[in-house]
Design a protein around this ligand. Structure first.
Ligand SMILES: [Fe+2]
Length: 283
C-alpha cells in the first residue's frame, strides 16, 4: 500500500520519491487508489502516510500528505485469518503504538482521543486472542476495527518518538516495523509519562488496569507495565539486541531519529543523549 502511494506520487508529480520526504510536498496528488488491507496494523489503507526505505542512506523516509490518502479502503477480516501469529503480533503492536502515540501527541483532540482510546481498549481485549486463534473471524474483525480507529487517531494527531526511532532501526537493519515499535514503546513512554501522567492513566484504564485510588503517576506506571505484558504475552522479543542492533550504531540511529517528522508531535522534547539512552535501555 505504501509502495502504491509512492508510485502514485512519482507518476503524477515527477522527480524521485526522495524529493517528497517530509510533510505536504505532494502538490498534484496521486491517481485513484483503492487499498485492500490484509493485516491489522499499519492503517496505511486509510492514512496520508507512506514510509519508504532509502536503501542508500539506510533510513526510512516518512512522506506525509493528505493528497495521498486512498480513495477507498477495504478492511475485510476474512482476508486476515491466514496471517501467521508472529505477523499478527507485530502488526497488532504497531496499531497499539499508533493509538498510544496519538493519544499523548501534542496535536491530540477530543476526536482523536475517542478513536485512540477505543483502539487501545480493543487491542488489549483481542490481540492475544488474534495471535493464539487467528482463525476466529470475530476476533480478526475487532482487530480490524482497532487498527482502523488507531489510523483515524494518528492520521490526525500524528505520532511520536517511538515511530521516529523505530523507522531508523528498520532502515539500518531491515527489521519489521511492528516489532521495533513494540520493543521501544514502553521505554519511550517511560520518558513521556513524566510530562503527561494523566494521559497515561487513561491508557492504563483502557487497557483494563485497576487504577482507582492511585495517583496519576502510579496509574501511568500501570500503563507501561500493561504494554510490556501484552508484548511479552504475544511473543515479542524482549530487546533490540535480539534483533541484531549494535551499541556502536546508537549515535547514528539517534541522529537519524532527530530528522524524522513523526517526532514533531512527541509530548516531550528529547536530546540526542536522551534518545541514545532510550535505545540503550531497550537493548
Ligand atoms: Fe506504525
Amino acid at each position: 500500500m505504501d509502495c502504491a502511494k509512492a508510485i502514485g506520487i512519482v507518476a503524477k508529480n515527477g522527480g524521485r520519491i526522495n524529493d517528497y520526504e517530509g510533510v505536504g510536498k505532494v502538490t498534484k496528488g496521486i491517481p485513484p487508489l483503492i487499498t485492500v488491507n490484509t493485516t491489522a496494523g499499519t492503517a496505511s489503507e486509510m492514512t496520508s502516510f507512506t514510509i519508504i526505505t532509502d536503501t542508500k542512506r539506510h533510513i526510512k523516509m516518512a512522506i506525509v500528505d493528505p493528497r495521498i490518502t486512498p480513495d477507498v479502503a477495504v478492511n475485510d477480516p476474512e482476508l486476515m485469518v491466514s496471517m501467521p501469529p508472529a505477523l499478527t503480533a507485530a502488526t497488532g503492536m504497531d496499531a497499539l503504538t499508533h493509538a498510544v502515540e496519538a493519544y499523548v501527541s501534542t496535536m491530540a483532540t477530543p476526536t482523536t482521543d475517542a478513536a485512540a482510546i477505543k483502539a487501545i481498549d480493543l487491542i488489549s481485549k483481542y490481540l492475544r486472542e488474534a495471535v493464539a486463534h487467528g482463525e476466529d473471524v470475530r476476533t480478526r474483525d475487532m482487530m480490524a476495527h482497532a487498527e482502523y480507529l488507531a489510523g483515524i487517531a494518528f492520521n490526525n494527531a500524528s505520532l511520536g518518538y517511538v515511530h521516529s526511532m523505530a523507522h531508523q532501526l528498520g532502515g539500518l537493519y531491515d527489521l519489521p516495523h511492528g516489532v521495533c515499535n513494540a520493543i521501544l514503546l514502553p521505554y519511550v513512554e517511560m520518558y513521556n509519562k513524566q510530562v503527561c501522567p494523566e494521559r497515561f492513566a487513561d491508557i492504563a484504564k483502557a487497557m483494563g488496569e485497576k487504577i482507582e485510588g492511585l495517583s496519576p503517576e502510579e496509574a501511568a506506571d500501570r500503563a507501561i507495565d500493561a504494554i510490556k505484558k501484552i508484548a511479552s504475552d504475544i511473543g515479542i522479543p524482549s530487546g533490540l539486541k535480539e534483533l541484531g542492533a549494535r551499541e556502536e550504531d546508537l549515535e547514528l540511529l539517534a541522529e537519524h531519529a532527530m530528522q524524522d517528522v513523526c517526532r514533531l508531535t512527541n509530548p516531550r522534547e528529547l536530546s540526542k543523549e536522551d534518545i541514545i539512552e532510550i535505545y540503550r535501555k531497550a537493548m
